[in-house]
Design a protein around this ligand. Structure first.
Ligand code: TYD
Length: 135
């Protein structure tokens, strides 16, 4: 099944003035799901690849609140690379899309918002198994 077409960049509104910038994320307003979980990734070196999984149930929005990272998404038919290089950009990833995060910079803090609580049973961490389940 093709899922890459549902992956999309979200350009958040920035509320900026002489004091600096502010970005707001609200469930079902500028992200397309109920927000149940937030986590963040930092101190990942340049050569590191994180992710390498798909989720049976969870949808995500990823924001590089500091630094940069690349995100490769695959669905077994197509793949696409997105660059997260500013805190006003978010990447929406629906369920059952394989994802890899890499090219972290020293100061990268990758904020991840998720539609479900953590449940290891809904993570698919083997690509062949993912391809089998995504047919
Ligand atoms: P992992 O899924 O490997 O992170 P990434 O998606 O960046 O590759 O998670 C790393 C560890 O953290 C692993 O032991 C599971 C744990 N973890 C939780 O307990 N809760 C969570 O919400 C997440 C995302 C991970």
């Amino acid at each position: 099944m093709k899922r890459i077409s549902e992956v999309k960049m979200i350009e958040f509104n920035e509320f900026g003035d002489e004091r600096g910038q502010l970005v707001v994320v609200e469930e079902n307003k500028n992200i397309p799901f109920d927000l149940k979980r937030v986590f963040y990734i930092y101190n990942s070196d340049e050569g590191i690849v994180r992710g390498n999984h798909a989720n049976l149930e969870t949808e995500f929005v990823l924001i590089c609140v500091s630094g940069k990272a690349k995100v490769k998404v695959l669905d077994g038919i197509e793949s696409k690379v997105y660059e997260l290089d500013g805190p006003q950009k978010g990447l929406y990833i629906p369920k059952m899309v394989w994802k890899e995060m890499y090219d972290f910079t020293k100061n990268t803090v990758l904020l991840v918002m998720a539609s479900e609580l953590y449940n290891e049973n809904e993570y698919i961490r083997n690509f062949d198994e993912y391809l089998e389940k995504n047919r």
